[in-house]
Ligand binder design. Sequence first.
Ligand code: RIB
Ligand code: CA
Length: 308
Amino acid sequence: MPRSIILDTDPGQDDALALYLALAAPEISVHSVVSVAGNVPQPRVTDNVLALLSLVGRDDIPVYRGCELPLIVEQYTAEYVHGDTGIDGADIPPSARSAESKHGVDHIIDTCMDADDNSVTLVPVGPLTNVGMAIAKERRIIPKIREIVWMGGAFDEPGNTTRLAEFNAVVDPHAGAIVFNSGIDMTILPLDVTHKALFPPSQITRLREHDSVVAHACAGMIDFYQQYDMDKYGWEGAPMHDPCAVAYLIDPTLFTGRRMSVAMEYMNDDEMGNTYERTDGSEPNATVMFDVDRERFLELLVTSWCSL
Ligand code: RIB
Ligand code: CA
């Protein structure tokens, strides 16, 4: 029985790659997609989700427009990484379809309230604004959620946006704190593991040689997106941040980590969005992944994208 997920996303090339990985996986059923302002603002992220789904003929998957701004802090976007469209590198035509009329936060709430306890899987791969807002608006969704699988945070690894903080955390640390403190069990794929999940340029050739629109779109997006991190860190390849979250759901054995009690800083201006292990003896609230079987991970990505 495939695992049904709600993907909450801010495309972003790596978000797009994660979406396509999920669509290709027999282990996963994408129930719906909710957009969140992150890498680029609304309505661009919503338009990107719609376009990405239309490209692969999946207009059957409902899309909901989520929050426009972080709960409290000033909006911060990442066109410097992803380009003005957010999915630069692939020429993806706009969708003729529109998002559903219901707000993304209300969609998350309604889906949870209609579900059995411990049955909903949320996969946020952007800032946690929508999930945090949903919990704040309707706390009765908490027992309905089986797991939140989040790409975000940095623990032993330095931040990629401030010296301490990773982008998805620091863009909306208050929403992150609501989620971290909710008691909902989390699996977190932080920079500690995604910075090991690098996609080597040599693998792009495999995608280009595969005769499919999606494989070529993935190649183009990676080609563009990798430049920032390769220039910044001198790496041979781009970190597959968001695909890590989906790959974990497809095959958890790809990753190793440990149970931790984790928190997100939302008060100290100098440390906003810092994610750290609590030392107060509180119960673990997350499994944090630190390592990945890179070879099997990369093979999963390429074969999945080539299968669409
Ligand atoms: O720090 C990486 C994360 O921030 C990824 O989810 C990327 O898409 C951006 O949202
Ligand atoms: Ca993202």
